[in-house]
Every structure is written in C-alpha cells, then in structure tokens.
Ligand binder design. Structure first.
Ligand SMILES: *Cc1c(COP(=O)(O)O)cnc(C)c1O
Length: 408
C-alpha cells in the first residue's frame, strides 16, 4: 500500500456553498462586525434546532462555558465537579473564575462522567457548586442520573455539548440538560463557523446577562458606563454566516458520521476491539468521532511518559501508538483519546473521584482485583480513528486495512 495522496483527516470542515452566500451578504451590506442578520438568524436556528428558548452567539465554545460558569454563580474557591476524560476547554473556564475543579472518573458504558463516582464526590466534597458534564465524541452522558444527583445536592448543571450538537438523549437534544449549556462551531466539530460557539439556556435573564457580559458589559447610558466586568466574546457576523449556512447540513453530516462508525464497527467485528459505546436504547449520538478500544489481551506493551511514547511490538498484538504511527505513515490522521484531566501536570494537585472514592494516590490504572481508574485505562487502550465526512468508503476500506495490519 502507498500513502494517500490527499491526507485523510480526523475531522475537517465540510462546506456546501451556502456559507459563502451569507458571508457575501455580510460583506455587501457591510455588517462586518458583531451585529447583523447572520447572528440573529444563527441564534434563532440554533435555539429552534436544539429546542431551547435562548441561544447567545459567542466567539467560541470556551467563552460559552466561561459565561455558563459565571451564570451558575461559581465564585473563587468553590468546588466544581468536572468530567475527567475530556478536552481541557471543559475545565479551563472553572479556573478563569478561580474556582477549584475536582475530576469525576469515567464510566465504560458511554465514556462519560460516571454517576456512581459523582455521587461519591458529593460525599467527599459536600457543597460543590456546579457540575460540568461533557458528552464525549458526540455520545450523550447518563444525563438523567447526573442531573438527578446534582439537583439532589443543590448543584447547578452545565452541559458541555461542544462535541455532541444534534445528538439526543431520551428524545431530547444534548445542550438542553444543564441550566446553562455550551455548543461549539470550532473547525473540526460536526458543523463549523470556522470558529464560534453558543450559550444555550431557557432562562431569559441569564441569556440577557450573557449577551451583556459578552459585549463588554455596557450599561444603558449615553456613554460607556460599566458596573460589571465585561468580555469581548460576541460572535462575528461573518462567522455567523458560516454557521447559518452549515445548520441545514447538520443532519446529513450526522448521517455520514454514523455510516463511518457503522463501517468501522462491521469491519472490526472479528478483531479484539470494541468501538466507543453508547446506550442504544436511550440515546442517539451524532457520531462525531469514531473511536476504538483494544481488548486488554491484545494490547502490546506501551509506556507513555509526559511527552513520549514507547511500545514493544508483539505478534498478534498492537497498541494505540502503533496504530497512530502507522496511520500517519500512510498520510492519515488519528488521535489519542483525550488525556484525562487528573493525569495532566497542571491538575496534579486537584481531587479525582472514582467509583471507589478518592482516586488520588493510585499510581496506575490497575489495582489488584480490577481496573479502578477508568479514564487512564481508556486513554491507554483507546484511540480516535479518521472520521472525516469527506472520506469515501473506498478510502475508509484502506484505513481499515492499515489498522488490521497492526494486529498481525
Ligand atoms: C471543542 C470543545 C470545546 C471548546 O470549544 P471551542 O469552540 O473550541 O472553544 C469545549 N469542550 C469540548 C469537549 C470540546 O471538544
């Protein structure tokens, strides 16, 4: 096999033409700023699609999460429970407010926050102010259980639906389960604005506050009058044009991603691997990224330091780093699983709660009698596969061959 001439991406923007019409419209009418019809329409369409009352268009999903944390009333020193196996943007906004994230371990059923560990966390840290739960790789978390536990303990739920736009849990769209929720239009998400994000809520006064904070917190006065800290977080009307042009294609993108997931799943049925799982009875993911987990028995020895990896090739066995290296050799892009936050040097002093309780002090993923640190285990055995919308079935067949060859 020879390398692909054109790189096969993990997940790249997929444009359709309508985006250009709306960008052009902004240009022609000279609404080249953070006001205009594209913003109004993008907000209207998002709220309608997701089924929430208010959508506030912002510069990125991280900004939406930051305003969500502020709206939740999180103050300096407050404890905030966060998904552990996720992108750092889920957690950074908690730090912006000088609050203290405590990480909740992952469950194997959906690779999201474990409700059992969350319940444990409320025993260990009573009075936690908020719970930030992500829907990883487009798969809804166990949202009913998580919301019930949070509510019972008086904590505000913030849903990080940056990766899961269009996914549903018990028939309801993700991005509606928290009091305040975030979606993202970053370049590699299911639909994109090139950048951008939105805060979603049913709370009118919260939406108004977010709108005000995102535009430097100007008071109603003839001059620049300020009573609160402000941010420059509003979405550009040009970016909103791209978002507006992409929304009609959300469902077709999801269908393409699902087809990619199903093809991998069928092709790997006889390998010692599983795909990233979901609760088929209660949820329908958006299948943003297809991931796989190598069975323990089929794992070649792999050791990762902070910035390097080393593995020993064994007959019939492989490991994520061998597969990623091999894909790269053929000009295809995979990616390790998000490295859990509790394993990140910046968070080494922060709390981490597993099903068994305090997970700090464990030196590796395995303790006699079974796996206790689920995040570390999935990080070590899992990887994200090329999941680009524009990858053809023929190209995917070659990717599948490349991956299968690693098990020789
Ligand atoms: C992409 C992403 C974000 C941040 O979105 P941006 O628009 O890039 O700021 C937050 N959380 C998760 C889980 C993400 O994948």
């Amino acid at each position: 096999m020879k390398p692909f001439d054109k790189k096969i991406w993990l997940s790249s923007p997929t444009m359709h033409g309508d985006e250009l019409t709306y960008i052009n419209d902004a240009y022609t009418k000279n609404w080249m700023s953070t006001v205009g019809e594209n913003i109004n329409e993008a907000e209207r369409i998002a709220a309608e699609k997701v089924g929430c009352k208010y959508a506030v268009a912002l510069s990125c999903g991280t900004a939406a999460l930051h305003l969500a944390v502020k709206l939740a009333g999180v103050k300096a020193g407050d404890t905030v429970f966060c998904s552990d196996m996720t992108f750092a943007a889920t957690v950074n906004p908690v730090l912006y407010e000088k609050a203290v994230p405590v990480f909740i371990d992952t469950e194997y059923d959906t690779w999201n926050m474990d409700p059992v560990a969350l319940e444990k966390a409320f025993e260990l840290y009573p009075g936690a102010k908020a719970v930030v739960v992500a829907d990883l790789y487009g798969t809804p978390a166990k949202l009913d259980e998580i919301c019930e536990i949070a509510e019972r303990h008086g904590a505000v739920v913030i849903e990080d639906a940056a990766e899961s736009l269009g996914a549903t849990y018990k028939g309801r769209q993700t991005g509606t389960f928290g009091a305040y929720n975030a979606i993202s239009f970053n370049g590699n998400k299911i639909i994109t604005g090139s950048s951008g994000g939105m805060l979603l809520t049913d709370d009118k006064s919260a939406a108004e506050k977010a709108r005000k904070w995102s535009t430097q917190s100007r008071e109603a006065a003839p001059w620049y009058q300020h009573e609160e800290i402000g941010y420059n977080y509003r979405m550009s009307n040009v970016v909103a044009g791209v978002v507006r042009g992409q929304f009609p294609y959300l469902e077709s993108h999801i269908a393409q991603k699902k087809a990619i997931y199903e093809r991998y799943k069928a092709a790997f049925a006889d390998l010692p691997v599983t795909m990233n799982p979901y609760d088929a009875e209660n949820s329908e993911p958006n299948f943003w990224l297809s991931c796989m987990l190598i069975d323990e028995e089929a794992m070649a020895k792999q050791v990762r330091s902070d910035n390097e990896s080393c593995y020993i090739k064994e007959h019939g066995k492989t490991c994520p780093d061998e597969i990623l290296e091999t894909l790269a050799k053929y000009n295809a892009e995979g990616r390790p699983i998000w490295k859990p936050m509790h394993m990140q040097p910046i968070f080494r002093m922060h709390g981490f709660v597993t099903r068994e309780g305090n997970g700090r002090g464990m030196t590796n993923a395995y303790i006699a009698g079974g796996v206790v640190d689920v995040g570390a285990d999935i990080f070590s055995r899992g990887l994200c596969l090329p999941s680009d919308n524009k990858m053809t079935a023929d190209e995917q067949d070659i990717i599948i061959e490349i991956i299968r060859s690693c098990f020789n």
